[in-house]
Design a protein around this ligand. Structure first.
Ligand SMILES: N[C@H](CCC[C@H](N)C(=O)O)C(=O)O
Length: 286
C-alpha cells in the first residue's frame, strides 16, 4: 500500500539570501525533523536553509516561531527567519487595504519573546526594514581551538564564544573560502561546543563596519546569519574593535544588516530586509 500522500501549503521567504520555507501550523508536530530535512533539500525538495513554523501565540504573543535547520535540528532562534516570519504575519495579519502598513508584534521563540516592527512598503511582498529586539547577547569567553591534522595557519584558531539565544563562536580573522569550507564544519561540531555552534568569520573594516560569513550549525555556509551578525558585533565590541551601543553595519554575502549591541549581557537590535518569494504546495508522503 503506497503511503498516503498529503500536501503542505508553504510560503518561501528570504532574508538577505537566508531562505526559509514558512508554514502556518496549529502545532509543531506538523513538520518532523526528518520532513524538514527533506523539504530543505535543494534537489529533491522545495529547497531552503530551514523551515519556519508559524504557530499560535500565547496571551502575550501574536504567534510562536519554531525553527528547524536544514538538517532537521531545532535551534533556539533565527534572526533572518524571524524577519521573514514577521513579514509573513504582517502580509496576512495587517490589511494593506485599510492602509495598515505597520505591524508591531511580539513573537514567542525557543529563546524567549522577541519584539518585531515591520513596515510594508508599496510592494506587500517586501519589507524594506524589519527591526527586531534580539534579546540579551552574552560573551561567554575566548577559546583557542585546535584542529589536529589541519596543515594551514588555522590548525589553532582563536574564537570569541557568544550566546545570542543560540550558540556562536566568532573568529575576528578571516580564512580563505577554501579554508572556511574545510574548518567550518569541524568547528561547528567541535567537542568544545557540546550543543554545536554557528561559526562566524569576521573582518572588521572600521569601527562601524564589518564583513562576515557564517558556517551555520545544522545548515552549513549560508549567505547571511542574523544571530551571527549580532554575535560578530558583540565579539568585535568585546575587543574594542567596534562601539557598544552604536549601529554597526554587517555586510554578509547576501546583503547588509544593521546591528546594535548595548553591552556584554546587554540587548541587541537588528534591522534588515525580508522578502516573500513565492507561495506553493508540496507533496509529502503520509
Ligand atoms: N543555524 C542556526 C539557526 C539559524 C540562524 C540563522 N539563520 C540566523 O539568521 O540567525 C543554529 O543552529 O543556531
Amino acid at each position: 500500500m503506497a503511503p498516503l500522500s498529503r500536501t503542505l501549503s508553504f510560503e518561501k521567504y528570504q532574508g538577505i539570501g537566508n531562505d526559509f520555507i514558512v508554514i502556518d501550523a496549529e502545532d509543531d508536530g506538523i513538520v518532523s525533523p526528518d520532513l524538514a530535512a527533506k523539504l530543505c533539500d535543494r534537489r529533491f525538495g522545495v529547497g531552503g536553509d530551514g523551515v519556519i513554523l508559524v504557530l499560535p501565540g500565547g496571551p502575550s504573543a501574536l504567534a510562536r516561531m519554531r525553527v528547524l535547520n536544514a538538517d532537521g535540528s531545532i535551534p533556539e532562534m533565527c534572526g533572518n527567519g524571524i524577519r521573514c516570519m514577521a513579514l509573513h504575519v504582517a502580509r496576512h495579519h495587517t490589511r494593506a487595504s485599510r492602509g495598515e502598513r505597520v505591524l508591531d508584534a511580539t513573537f514567542e521563540t525557543d529563546a524567549g519573546p522577541r519584539r518585531c516592527h515591520v513596515e510594508l512598503d508599496g510592494d506587500e511582498n517586501r519589507a524594506a526594514d524589519v527591526t527586531v529586539d534580539m534579546g540579551v547577547v552574552r560573551i561567554l569567553g575566548n577559546r583557542r581551538i585546535s584542529l589536529p591534522g589541519e596543515k594551514s595557519e588555522w590548525s589553532e584558531i582563536d574564537l570569541v564564544e557568544v550566546n545570542v539565544g543560540n550558540p556562536h563562536a566568532v573568529s575576528l580573522r578571516r580564512p580563505s573560502a577554501e579554508e572556511i569550507d574545510r574548518i567550518g564544519p569541524r568547528l561547528a561540531t567541535h567537542e568544545a561546543f557540546p550543543e554545536g555552534a554557528n561559526i562566524g568569520f569576521a573582518r572588521v573594516q572600521d569601527r562601524g563596519f564589518l564583513d562576515l560569513v557564517v558556517w551555520e550549525r545544522g545548515v552549513g555556509l549560508t549567505l547571511a546569519c542574523g544571530t551571527g551578525a549580532c554575535a560578530a558585533v558583540a565579539a568585535a565590541c568585546s575587543r574594542d574593535l567596534a562601539p557598544w551601543g552604536s549601529p554597526v553595519t554587517v555586510r554578509l554575502p547576501g546583503g547588509p544588516l544593521t546591528i546594535w549591541v548595548e553591552g556584554d549581557g546587554g540587548r541587541a537590535k537588528m534591522r534588515g530586509g525580508a522578502r516573500h518569494v513565492y507561495s506553493g504546495r508540496v507533496d509529502v508522503a503520509g
